[in-house]
Design a protein around this ligand. Sequence first.
Ligand SMILES: Cc1ncc(COP(=O)(O)O)c(C=O)c1O
Length: 290
Amino acid sequence: MIELNHSPTQVVKWSLAEQKSVNVDIKRDDLLHPVISGNKWRKLKYLISDAQEKGCSELISMGGNWSNHLHALAYVGKALNLRTRGFVRAHPNQAITPTLEDCQRWGMRLQFCSRQEYAALRQDNHWSRFSEQSPDSYWLSEGGFGQLAIRGVEDIAQEVDEHYDYIFVGCGSGATLCGLSKTFNHSHVVGVAAFSGADYLQESLGKHIGPRDSNWSLDTQHHCGGFAKRNADLDEVISSLELTNSFKLDPVYNGKTFLALQSWLALGKIPSGSKVLVIHTGGLQGTRSP
Ligand SMILES: Cc1ncc(COP(=O)(O)O)c(C=O)c1O
C-alpha cells in the first residue's frame, strides 16, 4: 500500500483578494507526492484497494496523451507490481509526450485509439463487454470517475479544520467536485470546468450530489476556449500569482480555477469577510515541453 502524508494549507498572497477583504487559502495537494500528486491519489486509492481485493492483476483506463490520470496510474501499477494498460486518444505517429514516455517507462501498455474508438470506450456497455474478455482486469473509467473515487476525495475533510465559505476546484470528470461537495456540507463548492460545453455535468453530477446550488455550482465560463486552451488572461493570472507565491500552477486546471476565482472576486460575487479554499489538484507534470 502507498501511504501519503497530509498536504499543507497556505495563505495565497493576492492583492485582489486583499482589496476585497477575502481570505484565500490553498490546499497544496500538489505536494502530496512527486508523481501521484493532487487529486490523483485521493481518487485512486480506494479503486486500487478494490482491484487488489478482487484479485485483479491489470489496471486499465483511458486518457489523452498528457493525461495526469494515466501518468499516476502507470506509476501506481509499477509501485504495487500490477500490470497497467492505457487507451490513449491519439495517433501513434504523433510525437510521444513526456507523459506517455513516463507511462511506458513504468511499464504501462499503451493502446492508441481514434476519437470514435475513444468515444465508444466511454460507454459503460463497451467496458463490460471488454472486461468479460479480460476477467483479471480492473477498469477505471475516464478520470477515475466513480463512487470509490468520490469517497477518496471525501477524506480530504479530515485534513481541514477551519470553516471555508467557498471551495474552488478544477473540474474534468467532476469526481473531485462531488467528493468535496459531499464532505464540506457547510461550504459552497465551485467546480471550474476545464473544457467547453460542460453544462451537461450539471445534470449528471446532480445525480451523485443533489441539485446544483444546494452547496455546489459549476463555473463553465473560464475554459479559455476549450480543454488545454489558454489565453492572455489565463497566462496573466498564473504569472502574477506565481510571482507572489511559492506554488506553480498548471494552465489546464489550476490556472483556470484561479482565473474563475479572480472573476468572482472582481464581480463582488464573494462577500467581503469570506474565507475561500482553493484545492491545488496538481497536474504540473503536464507542463513539461514535448
Ligand atoms: C490536475 C487535475 N486537476 C483537476 C482534475 C479534475 O478532476 P475531476 O476529473 O475529478 O473533475 C484533473 C483530472 O482528473 C486533473 O488532472
